[in-house]
Design a protein around this ligand. Sequence first.
Ligand code: DGJ
Length: 744
Amino acid sequence: MRIVYHETTRIFHLYNHTVSYIMTIMRNGHLGQLYFGKHIQDKEDFSYLLETCERPMTSYIYENDKSFSLEHIRQEYPVFGTTDYRQPAVDVRQKNGSRISDFQYQSHKIEEGKPKLPGLPATYTESEKEALTLTILLEDPVTRVKAELLYTIFAEGGALARSVRFCNGGETPVWLGRAMSLCLDLPDHEYVWQQLSGCWARECHIHSRSLEPGIQAIGSMRGHSSHEHNPFLVLRRPTTDERQGEAIGLSLIYSGNFRIQAEVDAHNTLRVLAGIDPETFEWKLDCGEVFQTPEAVLVYTDQGLNHMSQTFQRLYQRRLARGYWRDRARPILNNNWEATYFNFTEDRLIEIASKAKECGVELFVLDDGWFGARSSDHAGLGDWKANLERLPHGIEGLADQIEELGLKFGLWFEPEMVNKDSDFYRQHPDWILSTPERMESHGRYQHVLDFSRKEVVDAIYEQMAQILRNAKISYIKWDMNRSITECYSRIWPADRQGEIYHRYILGVYDLYERLTSEFPHVLFESCASGGGRFDPGMLYYAPQGWLSDDSDAIERLKIQYGASMCYPISSMGTHVSVTPNHQVFRNTPLHTRANVAYFGTFGYELDLNKLTQEETREVAEQVAFMKKYRKLLQFGRFYRLKSPYQENEAAWMVVSEDQKTALIGWYRILNSVNGSYTRLRLEGLNPAYCYQNTKSGQCHYGDELMYAGLITSDMTAGQKPSCVKPCTDFESRIYILDAVENCC
Ligand code: DGJ
């Protein structure tokens, strides 16, 4: 890994074995983008890659040079309004009303490692040798606003992290109307745009389309990253698939309003912008003040989508997630939400927990409804004290009882919200986000606390910390169940109201930081009505997140498959729930529910007392299986094999680091009559190793399994089944492959 600056040509080249990123200081002092892609060897001069051209109907910078128009030059951080008519990365609004700026190169520095981004989640290094960071200082000569562009290249893989830090070095305030985390200008638009979109209970579905002239975008204006669009984009070549081909992944480490867009111009070049949503953002930068953008991560591969995903998964698992639980296999839990909803007593919880313990479960999680006057979603949020009518021994007493059963205890919070029917709201009616003299919309009868105010965050912190200090709590589920409306904070002046959405998220990050620092052994799981805030920003604080409120195994195939494009398996909250399922009312076999949930953190969302004896035995076996294989499942190398978006079958697999064990999940959605012969061509095995299939007892070399394939044909439908149990719709199997010394 190196970052080289070629003095004579004024060219920067960042590279490692996988990628090269090349840019130059142009004659107007702005930065031009020359190349991002597969590693190419370094040399002094790549300036020919800066194509300029004299074109009709163009505005030019220099009177004597009709080829230098920013509209036709690929740039690193384009400004608004001076010869470039595409969307800019930055917009500086000034006291005189002007929005023109001119960020010119001043200096640069190259450091080992990677600096922290104050108050924001970001990737990090554990040793200086893991990455190099280039900081390029630009300055606008009129406003004296400085912009520092940060580029980190990691030693391993094709990932680059980028962000921008602004500082007002002038004598008058300015307002940032947009401050994107990155701009990536690419020389052509021959890409398929692939996004993860959906809505509540249908998160992270893969949607693709080819790029057309104009702007295509995803984003959120809800105050959280949203169920609708994940802050993640893939640009892949039309011929790229899971196994081969070029792709660029872009992920924004941010949990608030965002925008990711691609603009194809008239000459088919492509401008990608990513950062805080400009529509809902304006930031006043007083003299001497600093503004740091969130970080964006770019991944390049020429080895297909699985390889791109593995690069993200490894980086995010090892150098974005933090703390005690980062590398640890996750406890198998039983959450009471779908078992009881609001309708529980202490005795009933103990009953559920006792049965869970019998089946080998390790952690019992008490979900919504334990506090204040919360007997439904109309009341109680904000009053984080146990409801003693329901829980006569309080949270401490309940936690003790759960621990005595031999389980760990976990608790649900929704720290950012308040019901009007709560003591907290009655004491602080002006602590919610709402616009004076305007209607206050609610969502689920609740209102959003003004987390842009430190005293609000402090008050919630005190309540939560109090409970965590006094009771034996090992896990917290941090929920967030509504989007922001009428966004306005009562303490900030008029010209800072554009900051509130971002300040809100900074408040959320601050609360997370304080709680995770004071209680480092508590496992945090983020949640926002399922996957409404399942994003890399959250992963920095909570190493796992409840991916979706949809716990149906078949729905989960698409959701987990989509999320795996960017997120590690260890980050995905996955539970087995009852049938008929509570979201789609579908009946799926118990083994299929588990076979899908194994590829995640794994747990149960039901009352095990309600299962038959045979089912309970099966659950105990599932738990034992998960305990044996969870390290592999959660931390192994993950490959998507068959897409549930395209076929009646889906499949994926994980392979251990030493390639000695592999576990394959195969799922068939509807049963077929007199079905086809089917095979799965496996991935990531060692071609020379001999693997025993623990299901069939047969042995095969890695090369056979990868090139000839694992036979999954199932001829049981349409005739009397030869397998013990008749195979039905929603069938699934787990195959385990163990490398053996002597091939059988
Ligand atoms: C939404 C979450 O996604 C559910 O799992 C559950 O915790 C409910 N909120 C509780 O209100």
